[in-house]
Design a protein around this ligand. Structure first.
Ligand code: ADP
Ligand code: MG
Length: 698
């Protein structure tokens, strides 16, 4: 039997080649695509009013009879025809007008019963409706799609009318409903009282009532989550069962010496997470663990701990970070921590690999990595490059995962003999959501900050209040602290973008902050110069650092207590939270001042959220709400943006249930060989062609 995704929309009555190509641009190519093109919203046109209720500005559904009609030419516009139809019910009469639709004459006769839906206007001294949606009653009693019911409203391409599209969908449903195959296993549907597929598709487009629309929505959202979860669950199972990882002997004097040398007590959350990582590393399975923790929660030390454990076990570890500045910072800190560790029996060699190194220096490090002379190597994405071979890679740490794509993560696993992988993110998302996005991984959470941190106060100033912001900076610096001024730069490689930051630097240096020592750092500076400026700032040879977003992640300078963010409205919430995380790292109280022209309501809501919330989880949630999952996660984290109907944020319970069902299903029938799972398997193969690889295993 032909499947609906194989029937091109050309075969649908009412679609010619031209429209077919317009629809293709909207992702609608097959009958199935058409059925899965869901309404954006609905209009309830079920309650009828009387003509006597008509008042200017109200929207009404009316049942009327045509009393008389006439067609005339427009006086003002040549070639423009106006159809004036006098309609009425027992309570009164109302004029309806349609423009340039001469063919209406064929359908409209005195005595014809109409249902009309539209807005009442006041025109030329009388009330009227212009171009209302209408349905001729005898014509298709019971089958009405545009009036007298809950009516779907779609997001449509230019030139495609709602009326036309509704008819189209209705036609498709009439023709193909009986050919729609249910593919969710019966018991899954039964357990969650889910409507069957055909009924759901019918009711999502043309709901009989709001209750059944909701049921249809639930079924379709569940389906979407479920299909999304199965490959993730399967991938996780596949990784644990089929791919042999390494069992690392993580306990020993090296690890013990390192633990003893820490300058602070680990927080309970850090301890718990280290325990989880340790257990994973010991097991002969591949670890893929996501470590979530708010900015400043102390993820780095956890990663270093894990790296030391890998070295203890006789393996190498790599530490990949998004920027060179961060790589250097980590390198210095880790080298320092490890030398303090005082374990001289086996010295841990730390290496730094940056894209900006000279070819000769790179070669040298490559060789050291290959021959095992370096135990822990820190660097940027150059570490993912083709030329790099490890002697015996045991652990990969990816810091600030949100800056890397999924593909890059996959690339890495090929580097060693299935090394353990720890990815860290400071863009925390609710746990259930983390499951969806990283459903093939295990998740650890650091949910507390180290004690003794100062408060960060966030202020939102308008551009006119800039002086106040500068005054605060002045006070802070005079008190012996340091400050950042952040300038938004979209593309660090773009000279024009950097210009704003440079101009601001020159101006501030000559005027307002003449008395202070200023520095400027951005992505187009030579690496050497960037590092030099960071070093001087760190050593307190500079008071104020003007910076672009190269500073966004990871930088850890406790004596910086003040940050001004220019054009804060241009940043995403999570990004602002990251930036803000650069201050408040010491014991002193800190300030983060957001200078923003918040003209729109959303912009205001966003700034308010920053002022109100300091918890990264909460902010990510707000960010998600404001921007929606597609934009929040962006192209890089593909997957969620493909969801059409299900909203992981508002439907978390459904997400959770679908996850549980996916786990249960795959547990019982990992290859989907059972008869009752065949339709589902076919659907998965259709949606995710790469899925075959997993299904065929085992
Ligand atoms: P993030 O989670 O944002 O990457 P970092 O790992 O950079 O945070 O840690 C932030 C700061 O907190 C660092 O200066 C680090 O040395 C310090 N720190 C980490 N853990 C603790 C702890 N348990 N007690 C005190 N300070 C800590
Ligand atoms: Mg960090």
């Amino acid at each position: 039997m032909q499947q609906l995704h194989e029937v091109p929309i050309r075969f649908i009555k009412g679609i010619g080649p031209k429209r077919a190509s317009v629809f293709a641009g909207y992702g609608i190519q097959s009958v199935e695509d058409m059925l899965y093109y869901f309404p954006r919203r609905y209009e309830d046109r079920t309650r009828f009013s009387l003509v006597a209720d008509a008042k200017e500005g109200v929207i009404l559904s009316l049942k009327v009879k045509i009393l008389s009609l006439r067609e005339r030419r427009s006086f003002r516009k040549r070639g423009f025809s106006i159809m004036e139809v006098l309609t009425g019910d027992e309570s009164g009469a109302l004029v309806c007008v349609w423009f340039n639709r001469p063919y209406l004459k064929q359908y409209f006769k005195p005595g014809t019963n109409l249902i009309i839906y539209g807005k009442i206007e006041h025109y030329a001294g009388r009330l009227q409706m212009s171009a209302p949606d209408f349905e001729i009653v005898e014509d298709d009693a019971g089958g009405s799609v545009n009036t007298g019911r809950i009516v779907p409203v779609y997001s449509l391409p230019e030139g495609i009318s709602q009326r036309y599209f509704r008819r189209l969908i209705k036609g498709v449903l009439d023709t193909y409903l009986s050919k729609i195959n249910e593919f969710l296993p019966y018991d899954v549907r039964a357990r969650h009282s889910l409507l069957n597929l055909a009924k759901s598709l019918l009711e999502i487009h043309f709901p009989e009532n709001p209750g059944i629309q909701k049921q249809a929505y639930t079924r379709l959202a569940f389906e979407e989550f479920f299909l999304f979860q199965i490959p993730l669950v399967l991938r996780k199972l596949f990784r644990k069962k089929e791919r042999k990882g390494i069992s690392q002997a993580v306990d020993g004097d090296l690890t013990a010496a390192f633990a003893a040398s820490l300058p602070f007590a680990l927080t309970p959350a850090q301890k718990r997470v280290i325990g989880e990582i340790k257990a994973d590393m010991k097991k002969p399975e591949v670890m893929q663990r996501l470590l979530q923790g708010d900015v400043g929660s102390g993820k780095t030390i956890v990663a270093v701990y894990a790296s030391v454990m890998a070295v203890q076990g006789g393996y190498q570890a790599v530490f990949i970070v998004p920027t060179e500045i961060l790589a250097r910072q980590h390198f210095e800190k880790i080298s320092c921590q490890l030398s303090v560790a005082g374990c001289r029996k086996k010295k841990i060699e730390v290496g730094l690999l940056l894209g900006s190194l000279k070819a000769k220096d790179k070669e040298k490090i490559y060789r050291q990595i290959r021959e095992g002379d370096i135990d822990i190597v820190i660097g940027t994405h150059v570490l993912l490059g083709e030329g790099i071979k490890f002697k015996n890679l045991g652990l990969v740490v990816i810091d600030e995962q949100h800056k890397f794509g999924v593909e890059q993560r996959a690339l890495l696993t090929r580097k060693g003999f299935n090394p353990d992988i720890l990815v860290m993110t400071a863009t925390p998302i609710p746990r259930t959501l983390a499951f969806t996005l990283y459903g093939d991984m295990d998740v650890s959470v650091i949910d507390e900050l180290p004690p003794g941190r100062g408060r960060i106060q966030t202020l939102n100033f308008s551009d006119q209040e800039r002086e106040r912001a500068y005054q605060l900076v002045r006070e802070q610096v005079r008190a012996g602290n340091q400050a950042y001024i952040i300038y938004p730069v979209i593309e660090e490689s773009f000279a024009l973008d950097i210009e704003g930051a440079r101009t601001m630097y020159e101006q501030l240096k000559e005027s307002r902050f003449k008395e202070f020592r200023l520095g400027l750092v951005h992505g187009r500076l030579k690496q050497k110069d960037q590092d030099e400026i960071m070093r001087r700032f760190k050593n307190k040879e500079l008071d104020i650092l003007i910076a672009t977003t190269v500073l966004e992640v990871g930088i850890d300078i406790p004596s910086a207590t003040c940050m001004v963010v220019e054009h804060a409205e241009r940043f995403g919430l999570s990004q602002l939270h990251q930036l803000r995380g650069r201050v408040g790292r010491g014991q002193r109280d800190s300030f983060c001042i957001l200078l923003a022209e918040s003209r729109t309501e959303t912009a205001q809501a966003r700034m308010q959220a920053m002022v109100k919330y300091s918890d990264g989880f909460r902010i990510a949630e707000e960010d998600l709400k404001i921007r929606g999952p597609g934009e929040f996660f962006g192209e890089r984290q593909h997957g969620l943006s493909e969801l059409r109907i299900a909203n992981p944020l508002t439907q978390m319970h459904l997400l959770k249930r679908s996850r549980e069902e996916a786990v249960k299903l795959i547990g019982a029938d990992p290859c989907l060989g059972a008869r009752q799972n065949q339709a589902l398997k076919a659907k998965l193969l259709q949606r995710f062609p790469e899925y075959e690889k997993f299904v065929l295993v085992g």
